[in-house]
Design a protein around this ligand. Structure first.
Ligand code: ZN
Length: 202
């Protein structure tokens, strides 16, 4: 093995999302190639970013989670680190999240996240690999984690001024949803229990 083992959802520097030729109509955004369009729609009809490149160049911890692997793990409630099932106990499923800027005031109830759950092994290991978790994190148990929408690029409607918004949250009941090319599935964490806070590693 000549490369470090990175958590499953972390993209590699050689991996990219591909822009693709798109068309925006009053019905929404679509890939110009109907085959590509069909291949990249999920069961809810949401269009997803096309992924390209190869797992080379080392893990890109500062980048957004890899869209295909994030979707797979988040939708399946699989571990972000290893794709095994997320850990469950009587308090719910295990989530490890970076601390927010105002961590002291954060209510970890109803928080929206694009980070999938973790197994117990990866929960121990991930903060030592991932700088964002290593800067301090919270360990949560979560009883309800409904998937509420997607984060991605929101395209203006035809005739609407303005540039695409590259970092929009579109809920499943939003009229914006057909105009988004998704990169991350988002869950809302409810009935949460804070198990522990971890400070930044020295
Ligand atoms: Zn794991």
């Amino acid at each position: 093995m000549d490369r470090p083992i990175a958590p499953y959802v972390i993209p590699w520097k050689g991996e990219t999302t591909l822009p693709g030729d798109i068309a925006v109509t009053s019905a929404g955004v679509a890939y110009a190639d109907p085959v590509q369009d069909a291949l990249h729609r999920d069961l809810d009809g949401v269009l997803w970013a096309m992924c390209g490149g190869t797992a080379t160049g080392g893990p890109a911890y500062a980048a957004e989670l890899h869209p295909e692997r994030q979707k797979t793990t988040m939708e399946g409630l699989l571990c972000a680190g290893c794709k095994e099932p997320g850990d469950r106990d009587e308090r719910g499923m295990l989530w490890i999240l970076p601390l927010l800027d105002d961590a002291a005031d954060t209510v970890w109830e109803g928080v929206h996240t694009a980070i999938p759950p973790m197994c117990a092994t990866c929960a121990d290991r991930a903060p030592r690999l991932c700088p964002q978790l290593g800067d301090g994190h919270v360990e949560l148990r979560v009883r309800e984690a409904d998937q509420i929408g997607v984060r991605g690029t929101l395209h203006p409607r035809p005739g609407e001024p303005g540039e695409p918004d590259p970092n929009a949250l579109a809920l499943y009941d939003s009229p914006d949803l057909p105009f988004v090319i998704a990169r991350q599935a988002v869950r809302e964490l409810r009935r949460t229990t804070v198990v522990a806070f971890a400070a930044a590693f020295p």
